[in-house]
Design a protein around this ligand. Sequence first.
Ligand code: SF4
Ligand code: SF4
Length: 507
Amino acid sequence: MERGEVAMTHIDKTKPEIPSTEEEGFMQYFEDHKKVYPKTVYGKVRTLKWLVLGLCLSVYYALPWVRWDRGPGQPNQALLLDIYDRRFYIFNLEFWPQDIYYLTGLLIMAALGLFLVTSLFGRIWCGFACPQTVWTDLFMLVERLIEGDRNERMRRDQQKTTLDTVWRKGLKHIIWIGIAFWTGGAWIMYYLDAPTIVGRFWHGQAGSAVYGFTFLFTATTYLLAGWAREQVCTYMCPWPRFQSAMLDEQSFIVTYRSWRGETRGHLKAQKNNTSGIQYGDCIDCGGCITACPTGVDIREGPQLPCIGCGLCIDACDMAMKKVGRPTGLIAWDTLERQAAKANGLHLPTHFFRARTIIYFAAMSVAMTIMVIALTNRPLVNLSVLQDRAPLFVRIADGSIRNGYTIKITNKTHEEAVFHLGLAGLDDATMALSDRHDDRLRDLHLSVGPDQVGSFRILLMAPDHGSSTTFDFALRNETTNEHTSYHAVFLGPGSAASERHNASEGVH
Ligand code: SF4
Ligand code: SF4
């Protein structure tokens, strides 16, 4: 009898099952969650995963403690996302809220990089470096050390609760919560000076937001890595849903070499083969399934819950070594090469394909733009807001006055004096609103280090009738850095003032 025929004898496909209630009919579309008990495996992939896990966790936990000298009065944390003072410090770089588009550029680059890696090597990010995978792996390690490997854990879950089960599970949850707390606490340290906030935290002086967020991140780490595990990848994460758009037949993914493994059969059946079946190398030991952290049978082909971790490769290699057969029955390969090998052909690997070239080119362009923009980043920023009510004022000498609020951002760490002049509007004069009698062609404005200076400026010019465009020209008198802002001077005949008058009912 062939595989599959057994199951068919129990199901009469000609008679559809009729659910007795509406609720039952609805619920038959849902399967109860089956707890996954991954078995320990050893091999190259597992070693690589431990290395990546160690690296990711070391960087995550240690980075807030790395110091970086930025000079007196400046924070000395290498990576600090200072939300209170609205500054991001990344080693030598300092980002202001006005620099938000660099973050956009960084996200675009990261997305394109992920697209490129996925189109080349499948879900390697999910399997190795995604935080969900890293912390789940760490939590599973703790579980394994305390509760034993797969069979022992399954036995404990099925048997009656004993003192042994209680203390083991209790200890496991205490350690999980400890790791989750450490993880949540480390996240807070990216936003506040690490040594300061740790001291305040333990002395009860940290503020409710810090305690609240630490609790929130502790709880989410504990729940996602300890309880939800593979369900996050299978049901919650959107990435598996659209990553298939990046994959093609030439992407390297974890594949079962069915041309070599089939027809599968238990070793005993293979040894006592009297039926003439042409058995392949797969001894149907189930090692690949029991090792899988998401409970997938990779022999059924690529599937959405498969995170590409490659642990089934190690599991199968262990099985193959045990029975003295060549390893690599499950391996990273392309579907195209697998299909060719099934027909006795050998195809080369195509890393350079239209989609990988496009992703690489787009990423290179984004990176080049980012590098150019970062190296030419201005240390001064000028923004101008024109008064809207009133749009203009006619003063005693018959000339027209417009009001502007000027904001100068001094991104240097020293106090700076800025020269503000006018380019265009040759017959105009300026004055600070609190010294409106001092009419000048240019002003000298002082802004403190790392600060935004706000000035209200009055601009007076003869009545030209309509609106006139001009530039506010700003220059740092120490560094000579220039910037300018294109502005409009509004008079009684300008379209804006006509509209304003119409809306106000002025004739
Ligand atoms: S099938 Fe293999 S590669 Fe995919 S998740 Fe399971 S163990 Fe990892
Ligand atoms: S581990 Fe290898 S031999 Fe065992 S069932 Fe999976 S594919 Fe077959």
